[in-house]
Design a protein around this ligand. Structure first.
Ligand code: ADP
Length: 323
């Protein structure tokens, strides 16, 4: 199912949480809305689901204007971070709940729910009650309940919540597999850039109720275009004001584009070496006080003078959109 938003605004009292926003998501796409807390991601997702009235604009699902339709007539599978399982129902009946709602017989619903539990590594959990599950297990059951009726549009708002890292990676991979196998269009909201990049086929970055950058993860990473986006997605060398010989108002320099070389063009001194992901990030300072981060397999002594080269073809110019 495709989604098309045209000039959508949502107001809470004096503030536009979503501000005149256009967006098209194509059928079957895994689309992620990312952005800092308060940027309007959840409000936008709720607007697509029909849970927030629009101040202006239209929402189309599969070419049909659904702007005034209530949520249950939009054929959307929804899962929020504050998911709630039915405490009195077993795991299998929680997963099968939506199947009964669409008229599937109990035995068929149970077989289908059981197959989904297997897929998510929850075989053997069928007759357990939600209060005997860990947070991660509950979250998986809630996800399966959302996906069981095979909605052609799935919306997930921070579905990994506050799970620990290993579980998040595992569940994220499972979600990607499940929604891809279903061929569902997925709108996924997260403030976490690692999660966003790992899940998305295409993503949008929100700020103050607007989308400030859209593209594939590779496109956005390679060319963030603004200092806000570059910093938000985790670029470590975002410099402003004619930095290291570039006359653009802002630049981002991938750590891999910098190398320590005796005959390098820029003199630096080593500030510190930080161990990260099995390598070192060497923080160096240029004469004018700018700091850069450089990847290195080995740590270097603080205070040493050195020189660096810059692969200028990897440097991207940025619009400065932050103070
Ligand atoms: P995000 O999902 O990116 O964290 P939200 O969509 O939740 O952002 O919120 C966007 C803005 O709208 C924030 O400033 C938030 O405080 C405000 N907001 C969200 N929900 C409500 C509400 N029910 N009433 C009033 N303001 C709200």
């Amino acid at each position: 199912m495709s989604i098309r938003l045209d000039s959508v605004s949502v107001r809470y009292e004096d503030d536009l949480a979503v501000n005149d926003l256009d967006l098209t998501i194509i059928s079957g796409e895994r689309f992620v809305l990312m952005g800092p807390s308060g940027s309007g991601k959840s409000t936008l997702l709720r607007a697509v689901a029909g849970l927030e009235p629009l101040e202006t604009g239209t929402v189309e699902i599969d070419g049909k204007d659904v702007t005034t339709l209530p949520p249950h007539r939009r054929a959307v599978g929804l899962m929020f971070q504050e998911y709630a399982l039915f405490p009195h129902l077993s795991v299998i009946d929680n997963v099968g709940y939506g199947l009964a709602m669409i008229g599937m017989g109990r035995d068929t619903a149970r077989r289908k729910a059981s197959a989904l539990l297997d897929l998510a590594g929850l075989q053997g959990f069928e007759s357990r009650k939600p209060d005997s599950l860990s947070g991660g297990e509950r979250q998986r059951v809630a996800l399966l309940r959302t996906l069981a009726p095979e909605p052609s549009l799935v919306m997930l708002d921070e579905p990994l919540g506050s799970l620990d890292l290993a579980l998040r990676e595992d569940l994220l991979a499972q979600m990607r597999t499940i929604v891809t196998e279903l061929g569902a269009t997925t709108l996924y909201v997260t403030h976490d850039r690692t999660e966003a990049f790992a899940f998305a086929e295409r993503l949008a970055i929100m700020r103050h109720g607007r989308i400030v950058r859209t593209g594939t993860p590779e496109q956005v990473w390679d060319d963030p275009q603004t200092t806000f986006v570059a910093r938000f997605i985790g670029h470590s060398n975002v410099l402003t004001g004619a930095a290291i010989g570039f006359d653009a108002p802002g630049i981002t320099v991938p750590p891999g584009a910098l190398a320590l070389k005796d005959n390098g063009e820029i003199g630096v001194h080593i500030v510190e070496s930080v161990f990260a992901d099995g390598r070192y990030e060497i923080v160096v300072e240029v004469a004018n006080g700018e700091r850069l981060r450089i990847d290195s397999p080995v740590p270097l002594d603080s205070g040493l003078s050195s020189r660096i080269t810059v692969d200028r073809s990897a440097v991207r110019e940025l619009v400065v959109d932050e103070v």
